[in-house]
Ligand binder design. Structure first.
Ligand SMILES: Nc1ncnc2c1ncn2[C@@H]1O[C@H](COP(=O)(O)OP(=O)(O)OP(=O)(O)O)[C@@H](O)[C@H]1O
Length: 457
């Protein structure tokens, strides 16, 4: 069924028809076909559909349809996302879809929480992380009692231990008895469904494809690298054989992200790194290096000038030790902006290779990514599905390469099963390994470095 038939059937507003046409969306994706009518009819749903299959539009479209017009009557819809990057992307998507209609779509940032008078803030759709909304409710008396729609995007992540209390606080604050709540993710374990059922009204389960499976558009490959050292060799070899940027490389933690960046930064590849906490000397060195390569283009003019001039003449160590307050706050801004820039530059094709932790493994929509490399084995099958789902989006094809060593054997079968289910070749021995209980796989790994180790006398 093509998009205009669907839009006619739901008496879609003209601005939406125009915006969908501008975005080039010719027909609804399977999840949109199923979830949109449900939400429009006021039913709640748990939706599970593959990565890159258009879940964002599946919940934003019905919200815009139902809200009809902008109002100054307090917050009417809340979308929770597990990371700021994803919240920012979702806010951008909402605005693109609402273009031409004066809806108040707000991304709740730290600055906004500090500065806004929530009693006067016009807001139709509020988008943020559970933490920010929770703080705004507790400290700034954000009133969510009129919220008509609450969406938990990447809901299985939101129900993980570190976030569930904050999510609970937001759910409680959205006290309107007529509220419609919905959950969306590419992975929805039964345990999360059970938990979610306790807060939902007779929700309908919508599953597209096989539940908890990888995107069919991604060609997946496992490579045994022997050791940590072998991984670096395997990576360099794969670059030599065929470098097909943009490439996204996932590692286990921020230290490893920085170490891998240090190994690759002098190669002839425009590389960058993103993780949850950009804040030390190495980060400053990276800013200096990127400045010299001209990868600095997204900063606003007022920030760009002082940062550029400081970074260009900087000895990074003396910079980090600077006692000037203004410089510290400037640095803080740099790091926040740099984290966003790393993502934006990669999105815009200014960097070819982005080294990342799982902070951008979920939801981020990088349309053109050709290859995802799991330099470090993911910590669960769900993490694997989301990481490799950064490629093969919106009907395009992509490739995923996962390096492993003996240390990864305990989790190998889980990943091999996901690969087999999506029709990829898997070594037989991986499928014969013992089944592991659910537990995050984070083995100790030797540092990533080719520098010779000088032994102490
Ligand atoms: N009907 C459509 N036709 C063509 N492209 C679409 C359509 N709907 C969405 N898209 C595009 O598909 C891409 C993926 O959409 P989206 O980010 O919503 O995926 P997702 O299912 O939420 O993925 P993830 O599980 O990784 O978060 C986006 O670039 C979006 O613009």
């Amino acid at each position: 069924m093509n998009m205009s038939l669907v839009l006619n059937r739901y008496k879609c507003r003209r601005y939406l028809v125009r915006n969908l046409a501008e975005l080039g969306f010719k027909e609804p994706t399977p999840i949109q076909r199923q979830a949109i009518p449900l939400l429009l009819s006021g039913r709640e749903c748990f939706a599970c559909a593959p990565t890159g299959s258009g879940k964002t539009l599946a919940f934003v479209f019905p919200i815009l349809m139902k809200l009809k017009h902008a109002s100054k009557d307090g917050v009417r819809a809340v979308i929770l996302c597990p990371t700021r990057e994803l919240a920012a992307q979702t806010a951008r998507e909402c605005k693109r879809l609402a273009k031409g209609k004066k809806f108040y779509i707000k991304l709740l940032t730290k600055q906004l929480v500090k500065g806004a008078d929530f009693s006067k803030l016009p807001c139709d759709i509020l988008i943020s992380t559970p933490f920010r909304v929770h703080v705004a409710i507790r400290k700034r008396k954000l009133d969510l009692s009129r919220v008509e729609y609450l969406i938990l995007d990447e809901s299985d992540k939101l129900f993980e231990l570190g976030l569930v209390k904050q999510v609970d606080s937001v759910v409680k604050a959205c006290s309107n008895p007529a509220i419609v709540r919905s959950l969306f993710s590419a992975t929805l374990p039964d345990s999360v469904q059970e938990l979610a059922r306790s807060i939902m009204h007779d929700a309908i389960r919508v599953v597209v494809g096989t539940k908890n499976s990888a995107s069919e558009f991604v060609k997946q490959k496992l490579i045994f690298a022997g050791s940590e050292e072998g991984k670096l060799l395997a990576l360099r070899q794969s670059f030599q054989e065929s470098l097909n940027p943009p490439i996204l490389i996932f590692v286990q933690n921020k230290e490893r992200a920085k170490d891998l960046y240090n190994e690759l930064k002098f190669e002839d590849i425009r590389a960058d790194v993103v993780h949850a906490d950009l804040s030390d000397v190495q980060d400053i060195q990276r800013i200096v290096l990127n400045t010299s390569k001209g990868i600095f283009t997204h900063l606003s003019a007022p920030l760009c000038r002082p940062i550029k001039s400081t970074a260009m003449r900087a000895d990074p160590r003396s910079l980090a030790g600077s006692s000037q307050m203004s410089f510290e706050s400037l640095l803080f801004d740099i790091f926040l902006i740099e984290r966003e820039n790393a993502v934006d530059n990669f999105r815009a094709g200014k960097t070819w290779l982005l080294i990342a932790t799982d902070v951008i493994a979920r939801g981020m929509d990088f349309k053109g990514v050709n290859c995802v490399i799991n330099y470090d084995f993911p910590d669960s099958a769900a993490a694997y599905i989301h990481r490799i789902g950064r490629t093969g989006r919106a009907g395009r094809t992509g490739e995923a390469i996962t390096l492993y060593t003996e240390a990864d054997a305990p989790c190998l079968r889980n990943i091999a099963n996901v690969m087999k289910a999506s029709g990829c070749e898997v070594p037989d021995h991986a499928l014969l390994l013992r089944k592991q209980k659910w537990k995050k796989h984070r083995p100790h790994r030797e540092a990533i470095s080719t520098k010779p180790v000088v032994e102490e006398q």
